[in-house]
Design a protein around this ligand. Structure first.
Ligand SMILES: Cc1cc2nc3c(=O)[nH]c(=O)nc-3n(C[C@H](O)[C@H](O)[C@H](O)COP(=O)(O)OP(=O)(O)OC[C@H]3O[C@@H](n4cnc5c(N)ncnc54)[C@H](O)[C@@H]3O)c2cc1C
Length: 248
């Protein structure tokens, strides 16, 4: 829809998969949720199972466009579209989600880390349909946050940070952090994740870890802002997102 809206594509044939009811289900498995591809962002925001077991997806959905966009836009469409600035792809990557696709050769399950291969490019073959996204249910001790920055309400995401952290007592035991619009695909902030695990739950430790983004990210200048500004913004938003997750 985004490409049509911008007149970037003029298809001669358009197939609406929105009416395939099997692709609109949220299925609860013992340790996972399988969210059908045509589940809208509005549904992610309000579905009780998504809110309980994958709250990061609900949080991110709230940041997508406006209510009209959220009523039409789908999780599968956003993931298949693979816009580096897309918010849901970063959350799916932070969640270690799996992308379920079907085609003439049967079903394939692709880890999100292998699914996004470039700007607007994925591991989907032309004859395959994305049917759902499987994400692990959030366990005990995990908290989440999504921090998004745009230059004005109408502008696309300048940078987004999806965070899941787990703490036991005063110590971080796990951290998953993925950035939107900080490269040609959503990217994991691996250096920050490694630095957080085992660190004390203090603002100082979080700032120290977030500062490691310097060496790991390759923010490129866009929307009229410099690379240095984006690198600074990435560190600030990451620190802010982890701190906010702690008070979730
Ligand atoms: C005004 C506006 C503002 C927006 N703001 C934001 C924002 O702030 N953040 C954000 O993340 N997104 C934003 N979006 C994107 C939007 O939320 C949708 O997620 C995105 O446009 C995909 O829409 P869709 O689900 O209708 O998929 P479509 O537009 O129908 O499809 C997108 C692409 O994926 C392919 N595709 C779709 N479904 C499947 C499938 N099941 N299997 C295989 N291929 C498939 C299509 O062929 C197409 O190439 C915005 C869009 C608009 C129009």
């Amino acid at each position: 829809m985004r490409m049509l809206q911008r007149r970037l594509v003029r298809p001669t044939l358009l197939v609406d998969v929105g009416c395939l009811s099997r692709m609109r289900e949220v299925v609860e498995e013992p340790d996972h949720l399988v969210i059908g591809a045509t589940t809208t962002q509005h549904e992610l925001l309000h579905d009780a199972r998504v809110r309980a077991h994958a709250p990061l997806l609900s949080l991110v959905a709230r940041h997508v466009g406006d209510p009209a966009v959220r009523h039409r836009g789908t999780l599968g469409g956003s993931v298949a579209h693979a816009d580096p600035a897309g918010d849901p792809p970063a959350a799916v990557l932070a969640l270690d989600g799996e992308i379920i696709v079907e085609g003439p050769r049967g079903e394939r399950v692709i880890p999100s880390a292998e699914f996004f291969v470039g700007p607007f490019r994925t591991a989907l073959e032309p004859d395959e349909l994305l049917v759902g996204v499987r994400v692990p249910k959030m366990g005990e001790g995990w908290t989440v946050h999504y921090e998004k920055f745009r230059l004005s309400a109408q502008k696309p995401t300048l940078l987004g940070v999806a965070v899941m952290v787990r703490r036991v007592g005063d110590c971080f035991t796990d951290a998953h952090i993925a950035l939107a619009n900080s490269g040609s695909t959503p990217v994991r902030a691996t250096a920050v994740e490694v630095a957080l695990v085992g660190a004390d739950v203090t603002e100082e430790a979080v700032t120290k870890a977030a500062d490691l983004l310097d060496g790991t990210m390759e923010p490129f200048a866009r929307q009229g802002v410099s690379q240095a500004y984006l690198a600074h913004l990435a560190r600030v938003l990451t620190r802010r997102a982890v701190v906010a997750a702690l008070s979730w």
